[in-house]
Write a protein that binds this ligand. Structure first.
Ligand code: NAD
Length: 352
């Protein structure tokens, strides 16, 4: 089915209010979720609501928690999310880092113990819109089981540990926002494919016997398998590096089994925010950025292929298209979202 962003926003906002969020928090989270759908990442869109409803009801997600400041020592800002909505907690923490970086030139920002932070690229966009550079590393704890196999192993040991690198726009080239899970596919995309009855084009998972498979049932029917890391040993190393950077430096911890797993999604973040004006002439930076982007774009695609894109562009294109055409969603996913809204206490969610 095709839905408008306004419909999805109304349903998400009403569900959040029914779960006890303030109007402001409901707005921030609903906007983040709908933007993920618009930008072509339904894995982090309103389809997360059933999980959020269950998590609030189980006590693993706490409405109305701001970013709590733990440590402010100049260029270091550390926050605790107290299991609040990551979409709100991290937005606030990143706002604080953007303010601070004007004085310090660089900020090491950490957020521990936040509930699901959603699409990490949204924080990259936030930083880039303020004219700053951002590097973001995120790990995942508290989930009942690890999801991603280490390179050379068959049983999962990590979450899908996303990475984001954001650079502000030049005079002609829009912002560069690289943002991806370090598994071959994000876990939420296996949920979307499973609900839609689709297989992947490539074997992005291992089944329970450790054999490569393209069937998302491997992640959603017992005995479950594991997602494969990107880029062989390099991606396997990156998944582990992010686990250490995000889990250890934030103080939130890793997925090692000595830590509790209450069944929610806790994200920990380590980010480096840089004010480019502190290290280089900004006019030169913009010119150099535009010139390099143009040079990359001048690389011809193989015959019959569309022109190449830079990171952030697919999201901008998909958003423009979804705003005019509507947002595509499987009947099963829509039914799960409406049922979750009702579970949360929304009366007659279909009417929204
Ligand atoms: P993906 O595989 O779609 O890759 C997205 C990135 O690649 C974007 O930066 C995009 O601009 C770029 N890209 C895509 N196609 C391109 C092309 N043809 N040319 C150039 N660049 C291109 O992303 P994913 O791994 O499926 O991740 C989806 C989302 O899941 C991300 O937003 C990520 O932050 C989020 N995520 C969150 C968590 C969490 O715990 N909160 C965990 C994992 C992933």
């Amino acid at each position: 089915m095709l839905l408008t962003d306004a419909t999805l926003y109304r349903l998400a906002h009403a569900t959040m209010l029914a779960l006890g969020s303030t109007d402001d928090e409901a707005d921030v989270v609903a906007q983040h979720l709908v933007a993920a759908n618009l930008k072509g990442h339904p894995s982090h869109g309103v389809g997360m609501l059933p999980f959020y409803v269950d998590s609030v009801q189980a006590g693993t997600l706490q409405p109305n928690e701001p970013a709590w400041l733990l440590n402010d020592s100049g260029a270091i800002l550390q926050f605790d999310g107290e299991r609040g909505y990551g979409q709100r907690v991290v937005r606030e923490a990143v706002d604080a880092a953007i303010d601070r970086v004007a004085d310090t030139g660089i900020v090491l920002l950490t957020v521990r113990n936040s509930h699901h932070m959603g699409r990490i690229g949204s924080y990259g966009e936030q930083v880039a819109a303020a004219g700053k550079v951002g590097l973001f590393f995120v790990n995942v704890t508290d989930f009942p089981q690890p999801l991603v196999a280490p390179f050379g192993g068959s049983a999962a040991r990590f979450g899908t540990n996303p990475l984001c690198v954001a650079f502000p726009a030049g005079a002609s080239e829009p912002a560069f926002v690289l943002d991806f899970a370090t598994s071959m596919v994000a876990y939420g995309k296996t949920r979307v494919a499973y609900l839609a009855g689709q297989h992947f084009d490539e074997p992005v998972m291992l089944d329970a016997a450790g054999q490569p498979t393209a069937d998302p049932a491997a992640m959603h029917e017992a005995p479950t398998g594991a997602l494969r890391p990107i880029a062989a040993h390099k991606g396997g190393g990156l998944v582990a590096a992010i686990e250490l950077l995000a889990g250890l430096l934030s103080g939130g911890g890793t997925l090692q089994p000595g830590n509790p797993r209450a069944g929610g999604i806790v994200n920990n973040l380590t980010a480096v925010i840089i004010d480019p004006a502190a290290v280089a002439d900004t006019d030169w930076l913009r010119q150099e950025y535009d010139a390099m982007a143009a040079y990359i774009r001048s690389s011809p695609p193989p015959a019959g292929q569309p022109p190449l894109q830079l990171a952030g562009e697919p999201e901008r294109r998909r958003e423009a298209e979804a705003r005019s055409r509507g947002i595509e969603m499987s009947d099963n996913e829509w039914a799960a979202i409406v049922a979750a809204a009702r579970r949360a206490g929304v009366v007659n969610p279909e009417a929204l």
